[in-house]
Design a protein around this ligand. Sequence first.
Ligand code: OAD
Length: 246
Amino acid sequence: METVIPRLLRDARHIAVLTGAGVSAESGIATFRDAQTGLWAKYRPEDLATPEAYQRNPRLVWEWYQWRRQVLSGVSPNPGHFALTEMEKRITGRGGQFTLITQNVDGLHRRAGSRNIVELHGNIGRVKCFAIGTIVETWEIAEDVPPRCPNCGGMLRPDVVWFGETLPPAALAQAIDAAETCDFFISAGTSTLVQPAASLPWLALQHNAFVLEINPNETPLTSFASAALHALSGEALPELVAAAFG
Ligand code: OAD
């Protein structure tokens, strides 16, 4: 690893990290643009993760999320997730700031121990009412699928952002603020194709942050980033943390 990158990371006052599906790939979760497997292979996520798909066939969409929750219960955070937890400990331990902005809904960053997490696209572990949007903690398991909201009787849905929906405003504001105020920005495991998350590295560049991309493949960001590591995040992130703080 080039020595300037760990040095800049070590000296940063505020590190912001944007993660995408690639960071969970080494935990065994298919990325969004990878083919789905098993029973769900014939569906494209873009055809299931929309309000229209849910209205058309709520049972199908609910069952897809139930299947994804089941997959998640059998996987664990990988060394990339744990390296980000360590990075946060090191920088906050000496009075700096750390913001982890994730597009992932899988909750693996929290399970790995990260604390200051901005979930831009929600969390698959939470459920809300489709009609009024209230978060629901408990509900009756009945014949009826999806289950019903205990407050209004409306259908329940996962608390994730679907295609065509707006992002939670507070989370987006926090992410923009982090991109504008950080001095070191890492874009890891994301194709930087889906807006508005995809514009965050550019915002950081405009505000003079050092922007490091970690992705085995080229993305629209690669040639604009301050540096790019063509590597798996589960390998590059632990190496980076060891070189900066080890
Ligand atoms: P994508 O599936 O678009 O991209 C995953 C990226 O991870 C690709 O660029 C891969 O090259 C890279 N990658 C794969 N394995 C990796 C590894 N081990 N280490 C590092 N990188 C790796 O996923 P996202 O960019 O997260 O939105 O997609 C963004 C959003 O688009 C998702 O949150 C979802 C989707 O539509 C919503 O559902 C609203």
